[in-house]
Ligand binder design. Structure first.
Ligand code: HAS
Length: 551
C-alpha cells in the first residue's frame, strides 16, 4: 500500500538533484577510468599535460566519494519520506530544508574539489595521503562536503524523531531504522577525516605548520575509510533487505535479524581501520591483531545478510511450488531489472567478500597489499555489488518520484546495461585479482615499471583490464542514456518497493532501537581500539611515525 502513494514533488526534486549529481560524477569518473585502463594496458600514452595520478585522483574521488555519497543521501531521503514522512512520500519542512542545505554545501564542495583536481592542484589520490600535498582549497572543499553531509544527516534524524513522536511505543519502519543507522555510522566515521583535514592537512597546506605526522594522518583517514565502505554497502543492503522481497513477491525473512545486522555494522565497522595499515610501521602488532579480530566480527553481519536473503528466496520459491535445494532459482523474476541488477550485485558479493576476508588475514595481506588484487577487490565490492544495486534502484526510484512508469523497453535496456557491467567487470576485476597475485603494483602508471622483470608476465592481464575498462565505459554511457530515458518515461505509477516481514518471523526486541546504548558501545570500542596506538603516534619518538610509508 505504502509503495503506491504519490511522492511529494518538492521532495522528488530533492531526490532527483542528488541522483543527477551522482550520475554526472559517474560519467566523468568513467572517462578517467577508461583512460587509466588504456594507459596501464599500454594502449595509449596520455597527452603531456595530463598526469596518470591526476586521472586516478579524479576517478577515485568522483566514483568512490561523489557518486556514492550523493546517490546514498538521495536514496535515504526518498526512503524516509516514503516510510516516515509526515504523509507518506512527504518530508517535514525542517527535514526538507536541511536536505537542500546539505545538498548545496556538498555540491559546492564537489565542484571546487573537481576543478582543483582538473587543474592538477590536488593530485593526492582519493585517500589524500600525506605527504602528498594539495592546494588548501581542495581540503577546504572536502570539509564543505563533509559538513554538508552532516546537515543532510540531521535532516534524516529530525524526520525520524518526528515519526517516533507521532507513533509512541511503535517500532520504526525498517527502512527508517536502517537510514538512521547508516547516518549515525557516517557521522561517527567522518569525525576522523574531519580532524585530519581541519587540524593536519589544512594548516600544513597553508604553510602554518612545517611538517605533518604522516602515520597519524593515515590512521585518521582509515578510522574513517573503513566505515566509509560500509556507508556505501548498507544502502545496498537496505535494497536487498527491504525492496527485493517486495519486488520478487516474497517477504522479509526477519525484521529483527535485519536490524541486528545493521547494529553490528554500527559497532564493528569503525574500530577496524588498521586492517588497511597492516604493513605499516609505527603500529604495534598487538593493536593490529585486535583490529583484525574486530574485522572478523564485522564479517558476521554480512553472513547474516546472506543467510537472510537465501531464506527470503527459498521461502518465496517454496510458496510457488519450488522443490529441492536450489529450486527457488527458477521462480525468481530474472526478466525484471529491479531484481536482476541487485541480484548480480549480491552474487558478485560472494567472491568480493571472500577477497575481503583474504585481505583481512594479516599474513595473506602481506602478499596482496598494494598490488592490483586490492584494486580488484574494491571493483567487485563498491564498483559492482554496490553500484549495480544503485543502478537497480534507479530504475524504480526515478520513475517513482517523478510519477512515471518503467516501460518494457526501458527494462530491457537496463538488463543489457547490467550484463555489460558484469562482463566488463569480469575482465577488469578478474585480471586485477590475478595479476595482483603475480605482484603487479596498484596506483602506478604502467610506464614507471616498464623495465621490471615481471612486466612481460603482467602485460596480457593489463590488456584484459583495458578491454574490461572499455566495456565498462560503454556500460556507463548506457546507464547515463537510461537515466535520460527514465526522466522522459510515460506518465504513470511506479512502485517504491517496501517489503513486509514474514508472519512466522520472531518479534523484534525493542532494545535494538536504544540508540544511546549502541552509540555508547561504539564509543567504548573506538576508545579501546585507538587510544593507545594514537597516543603512541602523537609521541614523535615512535619509530616510523614520521617515516616514509608506502602507498
Ligand atoms: Fe574491503 C580494502 C577487508 C568489504 C571496499 N576494501 C578495500 C578498499 C576498498 C574496499 C575501497 O582487511 C581499498 C582501500 C584502498 O584504497 O586502499 N573488505 C574487507 C572485508 C570485507 C570487506 C573483511 N570492502 C568491503 C566492502 C567494500 C570494500 C563491502 C565496499 C563497498 N578491504 C579489506 C581489507 C582491505 C580492504 C583488509 C585492505 C587491503 C590492503 O592491503 O590495502 C567484508 O566486509 C566482506 C564480507 C562479505 C561477505 C560476503 C557476504 C555475501 C552476501 C551476498 C549473498 C548473495 C546472495 C545471492 C544471497 C562475507 C551478503 C544468491 C546467490 C546464489 C548463489 C543463489
Amino acid at each position: 500500500m505504502l509503495g503506491k502513494h504519490k511522492f511529494d514533488r518538492r521532495d522528488g526534486a530533492l531526490v532527483l538533484a542528488h541522483v543527477w549529481v551522482a550520475f554526472i560524477a559517474l560519467f566523468l569518473g568513467g572517462v578517467a577510468g577508461l583512460l587509466q585502463s588504456l594507459v596501464r594496458g599500454g594502449r595509449i600514452v596520455l597527452p603531456a599535460e595530463i598526469g596518470y595520478y591526476q586521472l586516478l585522483t579524479a576517478h577515485g574521488v568522483l566514483m568512490a566519494l561523489v557518486f556514492t555519497t550523493f546517490f546514498i543521501i538521495g536514496f535515504l531521503y526518498a526512503g524516509i519520506a516514503k516510510t516516515m514522512g509526515d504523509n507518506p512520500g512527504e518530508l517535514s519542512e525542517p527535514a526538507r530544508r536541511l536536505g537542500w542545505i546539505g545538498f548545496g554545501m556538498m555540491s559546492a564542495g564537489t565542484a571546487i574539489a573537481t576543478v582543483m583536481i582538473l587543474l592538477n592542484k590536488a593530485t593526492v589520490l582519493y585517500t589524500f595521503y600525506a605527504p602528498m600535498k594539495a592546494d588548501p582549497l581542495f581540503y577546504i572543499s572536502l570539509a564543505l562536503v563533509v559538513i554538508g553531509s552532516w546537515i543532510s544527516g540531521f535532516g534524516i534524524f529530525i524526520q525520524y524523531a518526528r515519526w517516533r513522536k507521532a507513533h509512541p511505543g511503535q517500532k520504526s519502519p525498517l527502512f527508517g531504522f536502517m537510514a538512521v543507522t547508516n547516518m549515525i555510522m557516517w557521522l561517527v566515521a567522518t569525525l576522523g577525516v574531519a580532524v585530519e583535514v581541519v587540524f593536519q592537512l589544512i594548516p600544513w597546506s597553508l604553510g602554518w605548520t612545517e611538517t605533518i605526522n604522516v602515520m597519524l594522518s593515515r590512521t585518521l583517514f582509515w578510522y574513517f575509510g573503513h566505515p566509509l565502505v560500509y556507508f556505501w554497502l548498507l544502502p545496498a543492503y537496505m535494497c536487498w533487505y527491504v525492496s527485493i522481497p517486495k519486488i520478487i513477491g516474497g517477504k522479509i525473512f526477519s525484521d529483527a535479524l535485519a536490524r541486528l545486522s545493521f547494529i553490528m555494522f554500527l559497532l564493528f565497522s569503525i574500530p577496524v581501520g588498521f586492517h588497511h595499515q597492516l604493513m605499516e610501521p609505527g603500529i604495534s602488532s598487538m593493536w593490529k591483531y585486535i583490529q583484525v579480530v574486530l574485522t572478523f566480527m564485522v564479517i558476521i553481519p554480512s553472513l547474516m545478510t546472506a543467510f537472510s536473503l537465501f531464506a527470503t528466496f527459498e521461502l518465496y520459491g517454496r510458496s510457488k511450488g519450488a522443490k529441492g535445494l536450489f529450486g527457488f532459482f527458477k521462480k525468481l523474476p530474472w526478466g525484471d531489472v529491479r531484481f536482476f541488477a541487485p541480484f548480480m550485485g549480491m552474487l558478485i558479493f560472494i567472491p568480493a567478500g571472500a577477497g575481503g576476508i583474504i585481505n583481512a588475514s594479516h599474513q595473506l595481506n602481506a602478499m596482496v597489499h598494494n598490488t592490483l588484487w586490492v584494486t580488484g577487490h574494491f571493483h567487485l565490492t563498491v564498483a559492482t555489488s554496490v553500484a549495480l544495486t544503485f543502478f537497480g534502484i534507479t530504475y524504480w526510484l526515478v520513475p517513482h518520484v517523478m510519477g512515471r512508469k518503467l516501460t518494457k523497453s526501458m527494462n530491457t535496456l537496463g538488463i543489457w546495461q547490467t550484463i555489460l557491467w558484469v562482463v566488463g567487470m569480469f575482465f577488469m576485476s578478474g585480471s586485477m585479482h590475478t595479476v595482483g597475485l603475480f605482484g603487479s603494483p596498484r596506483r602506478t602508471a604502467y610506464t614507471t615499471y616498464g623495465d621490471h622483470p615481471d612486466a612481460i608476465l603482467w602485460m596480457p592481464y593489463h590488456v584484459a583490464m583495458a578491454v574490461g575498462g572499455t566495456i565498462l565505459f560503454i556500460a556507463v554511457i548506457l546507464m547515463f542514456v537510461n537515466l535520460f530515458i527514465l526522466m522522459r518515461a510515460p506518465k504513470g505509477e511506479e512502485e517504491f518497493p517496501i517489503g513486509e516481514t514474514a508472519e512466522e518471523a520472531a518479534p523484534t526486541p525493542a532494545i535494538l532501537e536504544r540508540w544511546g546504548l549502541w552509540i555508547g558501545v561504539v564509543a567504548v570500542l573506538i576508545l579501546l581500539a585507538y587510544t593507545v596506538p594514537v597516543l603512541d603516534m602523537i609521541r614523535s619518538d615512535v619509530p616510523g611515525s614520521k617515516g616514509f610509508i608506502t602507498w
